[in-house]
Every structure is written in structure tokens, then in C-alpha cells.
Design a protein around this ligand. Structure first.
Ligand SMILES: C[S@@+](CC[C@H](N)C(=O)[O-])C[C@H]1O[C@@H](n2cnc3c(N)ncnc32)[C@H](O)[C@@H]1O
Length: 270
């Protein structure tokens, strides 16, 4: 494994922080462990040569490779189920009775390999049932990692990722593949999700404001100032009465967030 000097470590940490919001200041070992082989296979002999190159490079694929190595894409279907219960029992009935144009706008921000937006798509299908055709329930799903988005669009998952999925849903919303223990997401669920590459450090300029933003287990990588700035941007992009759902291991500062706290990891714009 290559070692990184304090100077190169700080240059890399500052670069990743200012461009992507991700705080790696306590991740020296992780950086050395995850990037050494990549650096050698790119033909560099040291972290110094690699960091010199990266800071000057304008190639998106160089950034991609580095982010894919350093960020964690761990996720699974029905993760943090309490949110999905609240979504079905409280949020969707509210939206059904208030959205007169029958257009919902739901965003999975930091969707990783797609399990979260596909879970939302299944819940929407369950909730609207035969009325689904009258509604536009498409889910926007974004991530910075191209690898994760490619996996999301392939929509093929190992059984372990489906461990929390009710058996009836497994039959309805998944198709078996030729490989044992590997499932594909059924087209009716897959086609209701739109995937886009998006860096959460950028201004939020989507066409519609959102009724619900899921941004779960993403801001754990961000420091407080970056997180607060992002939450303020989310707030501007949320419809009045809309919701922000974050990971259960995360919290927002109740004094400074413009959202109202409802229950753990669940916030609302009044
Ligand atoms: C642990 S996954 C969370 C997946 C899902 N939301 C969940 O809770 O299971 C975190 C995701 O955040 C993405 N991410 C990290 N920084 C990002 C940024 N600046 N912009 C967009 N996505 C980012 C990572 O690529 C990764 O896929």
C-alpha cells in the first residue's frame, strides 16, 4: 500500500470537500487503502504524483473513479422502514387529498444503486393501485456516482438486498433471472423512476419543487456547514407542506433548520 504525506492528504481532502462536500478529514487510512491500487494501475508512483494530476485534471472520469473508490454506496430495499410506514400512512394520504393536478414530485437524493427509489415506486404502486394511471407519480433519483447509477438502471439485485421485502412484493414486483438468487425489478416499478447524475453541492434547479425529498445516509459524509447549506437549498426546493426525510443516524440542528421537526429523521416545510 502507498503512504500519503500530510501535505498531500490535506490537498486531496480540501479538493474533495470543496467540490463534492464530502468530508474525508478523518479518513486517511481509507484513502490509502482504497486508492493505492488505483493510483499504481494509473501509472503513478506516489500519492503526490496522483494528487498533482487530479487537481489539474478536468476529466470527469478521473473524478468518477476517485469518488467511486472513496464513497460508500451501501443500501438495500425497505431500508429504515419507519419512513416508508410514515410515507404510506401520512404523506401519501395528505398528497392524495391536496394535489389537485395529480402530479407528485418525489426525489431520492443520493439514491445509490436504486433500492431506495424502487422501494418508493413499489409503495406508490401499492397505495394508488388501480388509480395509479390517473396520477403522475414518477420518482426522480439522483446520485453523483456513475457506477451506482449504472447499477440502478440495470436494476438487478442479489437476494440479500431484498431481505426486508415482503414475500408477496417479491412475487409481484421482481422477476427471477437465469442466475439463482438474483432478481430483476419488474418494468412497472422500474419505469416509474427517472435516474440522473447530480452533485448535491450544485444549485437545485429541477423543473418542479418537491413534495417529498428522501436524502438518507448521504449527509453523513458532509460537515455541519455543508449540511446546513444543502438543507437550506432543499428547503427552497420543497413545496409548502412538503417533507424532508434523512437517515435515522442523522439529525438536523432544530435551532437552525427552517424545516419543522416531526419525528426522528422526519421534517416538514410549514
Ligand atoms: C450510503 S448511500 C445512501 C443510499 C440510500 N439513500 C440509502 O439511504 O440507503 C450514499 C450515497 O450518497 C452519494 N453521494 C455522496 N456525496 C454526494 C454528492 N455530493 N452528491 C450526490 N450524491 C452524493 C454516494 O454516491 C452514495 O451513493
Amino acid at each position: 500500500m502507498l503512504t500519503i504525506t500530510d501535505n498531500d492528504f490535506h490537498r486531496l481532502v480540501n479538493f474533495v470537500k470543496s467540490n463534492y462536500g464530502i468530508d474525508l478529514s478523518k479518513k486517511k487510512q481509507l484513502i490509502m487503502g482504497r486508492l493505492s491500487n488505483t493510483i499504481l494501475s494509473m501509472g503513478f508512483e506516489s500519492f503526490k504524483d496522483y494528487v498533482d494530476y487530479l487537481l489539474k485534471s478536468k476529466k470527469p472520469e478521473d473524478m468518477e473513479l476517485m469518488l467511486n473508490k472513496l464513497t460508500t454506496n451501501y443500501t438495500y430495499f425497505m431500508r429504515e422502514e419507519a419512513h416508508f410506514k410514515f410515507f404510506t400512512e401520512t404523506i401519501l394520504p395528505y398528497l392524495e387529498s391536496t394535489k389537485k393536478n395529480k402530479v407528485l414530485s418525489i426525489w431520492s437524493a443520493g439514491c445509490s444503486s436504486g433500492e431506495e427509489p424502487y422501494t418508493i415506486s413499489m409503495l406508490l404502486k401499492e397505495f394508488f393501485g388501480s388509480k395509479a394511471g390517473a396520477w403522475d407519480t414518477r420518482v426522480l433519483a439522483t446520485d453523483i456516482s456513475q457506477n451506482a447509477l449504472t447499477a440502478a438502471q440495470n436494476a438487478v439485485y442479489d437476494e440479500s438486498s431484498l431481505r426486508e421485502v415482503p414475500p408477496a412484493w417479491k412475487n409481484k414486483y421482481f422477476v427471477k433471472t437465469s442466475q439463482p438468487g438474483v432478481y430483476g425489478v419488474a418494468p412497472i416499478i422500474k419505469n416509474n423512476v427517472i435516474f440522473r447524475t447530480f452533485n448535491l453541492m450544485n444549485p437545485i434547479q429541477f423543473r418542479l419543487k418537491f413534495d417529498v425529498i428522501f436524502c438518507r445516509n448521504v449527509m453523513i459524509y458532509f460537515d455541519q456547514a455543508t449540511k446546513e447549506a444543502l438543507v437550506n437549498r432543499f428547503y427552497q426546493a420543497t413545496n409548502p407542506g412538503g417533507y424532508l426525510l434523512i437517515g435515522h443516524s442523522e439529525s438536523l440542528n432544530k435551532e437552525t433548520t427552517p424545516y419543522r421537526y416531526l419525528q426522528p429523521a422526519t421534517y416538514r416545510k410549514e
